[in-house]
Design a protein around this ligand. Structure first.
Ligand code: NAD
Length: 476
């Protein structure tokens, strides 16, 4: 619930941008050029459904073309409007610069509640929307490449790719017109999990720096940390699952549309996820306490709060009640500019959206490269790598025989060492490297500059400096 002096989502992004850009010495006018959204296309189209024509409104916003193609998801939600799409497109510009993916920023949205439609109806609507965008080059492998976002996934991306190819039958790079596709339609292993996986890698990197952990008033590693997650969709589910299964974190709260579940012993992520899929919400889930006012659980005592649903959920009305010392913004824009100020004053550390959820665009970049190179990652090297490892293992086995009982290989060393990396391992490795590097770029400014006292400002500074560099190189 926002108050009247709460800025809109786009204003929030601009306020955060302005706070950071004031610390840079950019040539006159360049600041404005970077901040403004280049263009937003609005389309209204009709689709014949259930015996009558229904009109839909969609948007595709291009924030910055300092690099092309521009990149950004397509969202299906009733909340979609021009302000939201432009804010998300701006965030994409900064996000791509921060994680060094060679794209400008874009975003799209369709004002629709996908749960109200049958699959074949959604296909008709998606194909028509894709047609409207593709014919204006707002879907195009070299100019504008969408991806999934709230309310869309692999299925919609496959329809979009197919629609583009029907319209461009001789474009050999057609598959690269959209990312987040299923494997059998040119996708890449690890894309669906990528954003949640990136949240995990971001937290792991944060916890590698004990100095930063201390600023948040925490100690130790992720093991045993109490986590509250809002939104158990694509991003929230994967983040929660990996943090509990692989890092020993305990999810004590899950907030969904219809309420929240809490359990101090920890919630079973897969069981809750399966329950939501079957029943459409968390109500009546048997092994936890149900809280009808879900948003109130954002204020629950915990170590890490992961808003992974939508924007503006932490605003000036509830920021003061938030108890988590560390917030990682898995969603885009979950903390308004007003709330950000209140939380910073309280000493809460916020790992900002443009970094925290950049795993999606990072793996989308890998998928786009895979599509353009027409070959799966690892296909050429994998067996050669295994053959070289075999040489070492043969030599170690020879030593083993020679040394007798004095030395032997650990039992599973051979199997682990021999195995060459497959696409999923390479994708995860590339993602981990990206998340680590971007965190280090942000934290260097956070710690080195006296006028930078939060990670968000640091993230904007890294991003704006890179975008400004591209504009300068173009002679602007
Ligand atoms: P999704 O549609 O898969 O999941 C969203 C989840 O949030 C759903 O489970 C939904 O029921 C829940 N939800 C919606 N409104 C809620 C509310 N008011 N309170 C509590 N829960 C609510 O969407 P997603 O792809 O996981 O995206 C979530 C956020 O992450 C968005 O802000 C999106 O922009 C951002 N994001 C997504 C990706 C991606 O790769 N999918 C990448 C970067 C950022």
């Amino acid at each position: 619930m926002s108050t009247s002096n709460e800025p809109s989502f786009r204003e929030s992004v601009d306020i955060m941008f302005n706070r950071a850009v004031a610390l840079l010495d950019l040539p006159p006018g360049l600041e404005e050029k970077i901040r403004v959204c280049n263009a937003t296309y609005t389309v209204r189209f009709g689709v014949r459904l259930r015996g009558k024509i229904e009109t839909f409104t969609g948007y595709r916003s291009v924030h910055s073309e300092h690099m092309e193609p521009v990149k950004g998801g397509i969202r299906y939600s009733m909340g979609v409007n021009q302000d939201e799409v432009e804010a998300l497109a701006a965030l994409m510009t900064y996000k791509c610069a921060l994680v060094e993916t060679p794209f400008g920023g874009s975003k799209g949205g369709l004002c629709i509640d996908p749960r109200e439609y049958e699959e074949h109806e959604l296909e008709l609507i998606t194909r028509r929307f894709a047609y409207e965008l593709a014919k204006r080059d707002l879907i195009n492998p070299s100019q504008n490449v969408p991806a999934p976002d709230m309310g869309t996934g692999e299925r919609e991306m496959a329809w979009i790719a197919d629609q583009y190819r029907r319209m461009n039958t001789t474009d050999i790079n057609g598959a690269a017109c959209v990312t987040g596709k299923p494997i059998n339609a040119g996708g890449i292993h690890g894309r669906t999990e990528a954003t949640g996986r990136g949240v995990q890698y971001a937290l792991r990197e944060f916890f590698r720096h004990s100095e930063d952990v201390k600023i948040a008033g925490l100690t130790g590693k992720l093991d045993g940390k109490r986590v509250v997650v809002q939104g158990l969709g694509n991003v929230g589910y994967h983040a929660a699952k990996f943090l509990t299964d692989e890092d020993g974190a305990i999810v004590t709260g899950i907030i969904e549309r219809d309420g929240a579940l809490i359990s101090d012993d920890g919630l079973d992520i897969d069981a809750v996820h399966a329950w939501i899929r079957k029943h459409g919400g968390v109500a009546n889930y048997p092994n936890a306490e149900f809280v009808e006012n879900g948003a109130s659980v954002l204020e629950k005592e915990c170590d890490i709060l992961i808003p992974a649903a939508m924007e503006g959920v932490i605003d000036m009305t509830n920021a003061d009640q938030i108890k988590a010392p560390l917030i990682i913004e898995a969603a885009n824009g979950p903390v308004t500019a007003g709330a950000d100020e209140i939380l910073r004053k309280k000493g809460c550390v916020i790992i900002p959206d443009m970094y925290a959820n950049a795993g999606g665009v990072t793996v989308s970049y890998f998928e786009w490269v895979k599509n353009l190179s027409h070959i799966r990652f690892g296909r050429m090297q994998r067996r050669q790598e295994e053959a070289r490892h075999q040489l070492v293992v043969d030599e170690l086995e020879r030593l083993d025989r020679y040394m007798g009982d004095a030395w032997s290989m650990t039992p599973d060393f051979k199997a682990k060492y021999l195995k060459g990396a497959d696409e999923l391992e390479l994708v995860r490795s590339g993602l981990d490297d990206t998340m680590r590097q971007a965190y280090q770029d942000m934290r260097a400014l956070w710690h080195d500059r006296d006028d930078v006292d939060d990670l968000r400002t640091a993230a904007y500074l890294v991003a704006i400096t890179r975008v400004a560099g591209s504009y300068r190189a173009k002679g602007l």
